[in-house]
Design a protein around this ligand. Structure first.
Ligand SMILES: [Zn+2]
Length: 263
């Protein structure tokens, strides 16, 4: 990890910078998810207070700081701004710093960070309206393709990742079509199938398999916690995304360790 070769003072400054940059990105993603979930135009102009319509100025938009300074209230009308605004910024800020520490200041880091942004966005939308936006998946695929020449590990490696995407997407589609027939209801959404294909593309065969297993465990815990195991629709995107993010960070060491058990 090249980042740890830097002087400690510089690492701390880089991490703080990353937290703030990531928090700004998190704020943007949170706002975008809010608008997508309400079918509003993606770029509708400046953010406003949902209560009084006051256009937010620079002072209201400093990541993390504004929410804390205004104690979670609108500066004009005093309406409560939900904590999730702050939490989205904090979460993505922390994730950004973690990505820098894990991948170093590299193209891989930038690509994975953009992918994490897509996952965060689609998870927030899915959690709200049980629908994974195609735009976020398409963006993830385009980011993967754009970074491919810069992270070139040979044609065989690239093809393996594409094959993993096709295999997981196609495999799950087949399984879900069969279970739909047997249960006579929709088991997995089309968005989940496409998301799994994208996860296969990024992670490759082994880490994507781990991600799928982790996602199922998380999904079961989520179903248990929310008691939504009945006929109701159930967002699987957040669990899939969380598992994929975990594997993005730790998938390769985990796969190496697992394969090492048999050698
Ligand atoms: Zn207001």
């Amino acid at each position: 990890m090249p980042v740890f070769d830097l002087p400690p003072g510089l690492i701390v400054r880089c991490v703080i910078l990353c937290v703030f940059l990531g928090a700004a990105a998190g704020s943007f993603l949170h706002c975008a998810a809010y608008r997508i979930a309400r079918r509003e135009p993606f770029a509708k102009g400046r953010s406003r207070c949902p209560e009084c319509g006051h256009t937010l100025g620079v002072i209201d938009l400093i990541p993390l700081v504004s929410w804390l300074m205004l104690r979670g209230r609108c500066r004009r009308c005093g309406a409560k701004i939900p904590a999730r605004y702050f939490l989205a910024e904090l979460f993505f800020g922390a994730l950004t710093a973690a990505a820098l520490l894990r991948f170093g200041p590299t193209v891989l880091c930038l690509r994975n960070w953009l992918f994490l942004g897509c996952l965060f966005l689609l998870s927030m939308v899915d959690a709200e309206i049980c629908e994974i936006p195609d735009g976020a998946l398409l963006a993830a695929v385009l980011i993967w393709l754009a970074a491919l020449p810069l992270l070139w590990g040979g044609a065989a490696d690239a093809l393996l990742h594409v094959a993993a995407g096709v295999a997981y997407g196609g495999g799950i589609l087949l399984v879900s079509l069969i279970t739909d027939r047997l249960l006579k209801k929709e088991s997995l959404g089309g968005g989940d199938v496409k998301l799994l294909a994208v996860i296969g593309l990024y992670l490759g065969f082994m880490p994507a398999l781990f991600a799928l297993i982790f996602a199922c465990i998380l999904g079961l815990l989520q179903a248990f916690a929310t008691k939504k195991t009945g006929g109701k629709q159930f967002p699987f995107g957040p669990a899939l995304s969380a598992a994929a993010a975990l594997m993005l960070f730790f998938g390769q060491p985990l796969a190496d360790w697992y394969l090492g058990l048999f050698l």
